[in-house]
Design a protein around this ligand. Sequence first.
Ligand code: NAD
Ligand code: USQ
Length: 396
Amino acid sequence: MKIAILGGDGFCGWPTALHLSEQGHEIHIIDNLSRRWIDTELGVQSLTPMDSIQERCRIWHQETGRSLRFHLLDLAKDYERLRQWLAEERPDAIVHFAEQRAAPYSMKSDRHKVYTVNNNVSATHNLLTAMVETGIDAHLVHLGTMGVYGYSSVGAPIPEGYLDVKIDTPEGEKDQEILYPTRPGSVYHMTKSLDQILFQFYAQNDGLRITDLHQGIVWGTHTEQTRRHPQLVNRFDYDGDYGTVLNRFLIQAAIGYPLTVHGTGGQTRAFIHIQDTVRCIELALGEPPAAGDRVRIFNQMTETHRVRDLAEMVAGLTGATVAYLPNPRKEAPENDLIVRNDQFLALGLDPITLRDGLLNEVVEVARKFAHRIDRSRVPAVSAWTKDIAGRVETDP
Ligand code: NAD
Ligand code: USQ
C-alpha cells in the first residue's frame, strides 16, 4: 500500500513509518516539525539524540535499501497544499498522528490552549474535508486517546468506543448505540473528543472509512527497526510537559531524582509499549471498515497501572526514592480503570507487559543518555488552574 504517515517525525510516528516500510509499503512522512520547534520553545531536547528527519530517512535507506519520502507540510495551515498532495499521490491509507499531544503543554497558558485547539481540530478537519474533495478512498487511521473517556470510576469496563443505551420514547423503551460520552481532563484531551465528532460526521455524511485508536500512555523507546542503527533511535521526552509518567520515572531513577508522583498516585491509567503501538497500527490497517460503516474504534492499550504502583516498581528496580508532590493537574485523586481491548487481542496482538523485562532496557537507555538530561526541566510546572499554580512545587 501507499501509506501517508502524518506526524511521522514524532515519537509514535517515526517507529510506525519504519515498521510499515519494512513490511514493503510505500511510505510518505508528512510533518511540519512543530514538535522540534516546541522543544526549542521549552528549552528541552529529546533524551536520545535525534538527527534531522532527512538524515533519519537517509540512514534507513542505507541500512535497508528502502525509501521513505518526507514532505514538510502543516496540516492545520496549508490546506491547499494538503488537498493538492492527496489529489496527486492518492494514498491507500493515511495514519494521522499529527497533533499537539501533551496535556500539560495544552494547559500552560491561554496561548497554548488556543494553539492546541487550532492546530489539532484544524489538522483533523482539513484532512477530512480534503479527503472528501479529492474523492480518494483511503482508509484513515487516527491516533486518539483513552483520555476521551475520562477517568472517573464507573465500576464497569470501558467498551471500545460505543455504548448501548435504552431510551424512553412515547412508543416505549428503545435500544440505541451512542459514542461513549466524553469527559476530557485537559484541553488536549478535549481536542481528541472533538475529533471523534468530526469522524462520526464524515463517516456518516461522506462514507469515509475511518478507524480511531483510543490509545493509552505509550512507554519505551525502541522497536525492532529503531534498534538497527544508532541514528534511527526514537525520540524520548522526559520534561515536565511532554514526558509521560513511566518514561519520566525511568529517567528520574537514572539521575537520582526522586520519582515525581502527583498527589497520592492513586490515578490509574492505561499503558502500551511502543512496539505494540506499531503492531496495533499494522493490525488496524489490515481491517479497514467498509464505506458507510460507523467509525471503527479500538482501545489501544495492554495493561492498567496505578501511578504510585509504577513508582514503587521503578524504585524497587533501581533503588530510587519516591516523592509525593502537590498535583499540578485537576484530576480524580484515585480511580479504578477496567478497559476492554478484545478487538486487538482477537486480531492476534500478543501484548508486551511491564513484567516482560523491558523496563530494564529503558533504564539502560536512560542511563546511557543521562548526561543529556537538564534537571531543571524535570519538574511538571504547567498547572490546570490559576488556583493550583500557586501550590505547585518545583523541586522535590
Ligand atoms: P509527537 O508530538 O512526538 O508527534 C506528533 C508529530 O506531529 C510531531 O512530529 C509534530 O511535528 C507533528 N505535527 C503536529 N502538528 C502538526 C501539523 N499541524 N501539521 C503537520 N505535522 C504536525 O507525539 P506522539 O507521542 O508521537 O503522539 C502521536 C499521536 O498519538 C498524537 O496524536 C497523540 O495524541 C497520540 N497518542 C500519543 C500517546 C503517547 O503516550 N505518546 C498516547 C496516546 C495517544
Ligand atoms: N503523573 C505523575 N507524575 C509525573 C507525570 C505524570 O504522577 O511526573 C501522573 C499525571 O498526573 C496523570 C498520569 O500520571 O495522572 C498520566 O500522566 P501522563 O503525562 O503520563 O499522561 P497524559 O497526560 O494522560 O498524556 C499521555 C500522552 C497523551 C495521551 C495520553 C493517553 O501525552 O498524548 O493521549 O497519555 S491517556 O492517558 O490514556 O489519555
